[in-house]
Design a protein around this ligand. Structure first.
Ligand code: GS8
Length: 219
C-alpha cells in the first residue's frame, strides 16, 4: 500500500496537497470524494477525518492524516532526499524557521482574507446565492495590506522565506490561482515584486499540472 490522497481536484485544500506530491514526484493514488453526495460526511470518511473535510492522506496501513498543510509538510519531509527541490530547508535551522514563519503568514493572514473573495466571486453564485460585494470589498482592503508586506519582503529576497522556493510559496498556490481569475487580480499585478513572484511560482510544472483540473464552472 502506498500513498493515497482523498479529495477533489478543484478544492483549494486538495490542490495544496496535490501540488506538493507533484513537486516531490511521489507515486500516489488519487481518490475522488464526492462532496455533492456528501460522501465526506459518511461514517467511512469520518473515520479518516472526523471533521468531515477533504483532503485526507493515507500512507500505508498505519498513517491517516488531514489538514492540507500538515499533509504537504509530511510529504516534503518524507521525500526530502528524492532529488527534488528541498521545500523545508531543514539543514539550516534559521532557514527552516523562516519557512515556518511564512507558512504561518499564509495560513493566518493570507488565506483568511483571500478565500472569502474567491468564495463570494465563484462559489456563492454556483450554489445559487448572490455574491456579497461588501464581503469582497472588506477583504480586498485587508488583502492589499498583506500584499504590501509581501511587496517589501520580495524586494529583499526572491521568494518569501529567502532566495529559494519553499513550501511557504507553494502553500499560496490554490487560492491565488482562483483569485487571478477574478476582476481583482490587479491587486497582485500592480505590485511588481508580487507579480514577478507569482509568475515565477505559477510557471512551475507541478503548478501547471494541478491547475489544469482547478476550475469553477467555466472559469
Ligand atoms: C480545511 C479543509 C477544508 O476546508 C485544510 O485541509 O487545510 N484547514 C483544512 N476542506 C473543504 C474543501 S477546501 O477546498 C471541505 O472539505 N469542504 C466541505 C465541507 O466542509 O463540508
Amino acid at each position: 500500500m502506498g500513498v493515497k490522497l482523498y479529495g477533489l481536484p478543484m478544492s483549494t485544500c486538495t490542490a495544496r496537497a496535490l501540488i506538493c506530491l507533484e513537486e516531490k514526484q511521489v507515486d500516489y493514488e488519487f481518490l475522488h470524494v464526492n462532496l455533492f453526495t456528501a460522501q465526506h460526511k459518511q461514517p467511512s470518511f469520518l473515520s479518516k477525518n472526523p471533521f468531515g473535510q477533504i483532503p485526507v492522506l493515507e500512507d500505508g496501513d498505519d498513517l491517516t492524516i488531514f489538514e492540507s498543510r500538515a499533509i504537504s509538510t509530511y510529504i516534503a519531509e518524507k521525500y526530502k532526499n528524492n532529488n527534488t527541490t528541498d521545500l523545508l530547508r531543514q539543514g539550516v535551522l534559521k532557514e527552516a524557521t523562516l519557512v515556518k514563519v511564512w507558512m504561518e503568514v499564509e495560513a493566518q493572514r493570507y488565506e483568511p482574507v483571500i478565500r472569502p473573495i474567491t468564495y463570494q466571486h465563484f462559489v456563492a453564485p454556483l450554489s445559487g446565492k448572490t455574491s456579497d460585494q461588501s464581503i469582497i470589498d472588506q477583504n480586498l482592503e485587508k488583502l492589499g495590506k498583506v500584499l504590501d508586506v509581501y511587496e517589501d519582503k520580495l524586494s529583499c529576497t526572491k521568494y518569501l522565506a529567502g532566495d529559494y522556493y519553499t513550501l511557504a510559496d507553494l502553500h499560496h498556490f490554490p487560492c491565488t490561482h482562483y483569485f487571478m481569475k477574478t476582476p481583482y487580480a490587479s491587486l497582485i499585478n500592480s505590485r511588481p515584486r508580487v507579480k514577478a513572484w507569482w509568475e515565477d511560482i505559477s510557471s512551475r510544472p507541478a503548478f501547471k499540472k494541478v491547475a489544469e483540473n482547478m476550475k469553477y464552472g467555466k472559469n
